[in-house]
Structure formats: structure tokens, C-alpha cells
Design a protein around this ligand. Structure first.
Ligand SMILES: [Ca+2]
Length: 96
């Protein structure tokens, strides 16, 4: 996995899957996170998503389905994570 500052836009091929010992690139794919600030999903993440949703610029960081737009499908995805209660830990805990 690559490294990025929390909340930073991600490239379409930021996630990389390696085969075997890690020397053969198997796939490169777009990745995103609901936790923009690295502290678990909270109010600041909701505010960031709302800014992206209503702002009209369609930043990659909130385009969770990768269709090029921050739309109702992305809102549904974010809301599921936000209200799902599975967001106490940030990504840094799982992906140091
Ligand atoms: Ca989208």
C-alpha cells in the first residue's frame, strides 16, 4: 500500500496488490477512505464529505464508487460507515 497524508486526494492507482513475495505487481486500483483525518470516522469527516458532496468539484477522495462524481451512491456509502458504528479506529491503526 502507498502512503498519503490523511484527507489527501488519492490517485486512481494508489492501491497496489502484489503477488507472492511482493515483487510482482498483480493489480493497481483506486482506493479511498471514509476517515479523512486519521482519527476514526467523526464529525470532521462528515463535514469534509458534505463539503465534497455539495461543493460540486467531485474530488477523488469522496468518490467511493469510482464513477467520477460525488453522488448519492457515495453519500449512502459514507453514511453506512458513519452510522454503522464501525469507525472507532483510524486507518493508521490497521495500516501503519
Ligand atoms: Ca461516485
Amino acid at each position: 500500500m502507498g502512503t498519503s497524508a490523511p484527507g489527501a486526494p488519492h490517485a486512481n492507482t494508489a492501491g497496489k496488490v502484489f503477488q507472492g513475495s511482493g515483487e510482482l505487481l498483480f493489480a493497481a486500483l483506486g482506493v479511498g477512505t471514509y476517515d479523512y483525518d486519521g482519527g476514526g470516522i467523526g464529525l470532521t469527516d462528515l463535514a469534509t464529505f458534505a463539503q465534497d458532496f455539495f461543493g460540486g468539484a467531485n474530488p477523488d477522495r469522496s468518490d467511493f464508487d469510482g464513477n467520477g462524481f460525488v453522488s448519492l451512491a457515495d453519500l449512502r456509502s459514507f453514511a453506512s460507515a458513519y452510522f454503522g458504528g464501525h469507525s472507532a479506529a483510524g486507518g493508521a491503526v490497521l495500516c501503519p
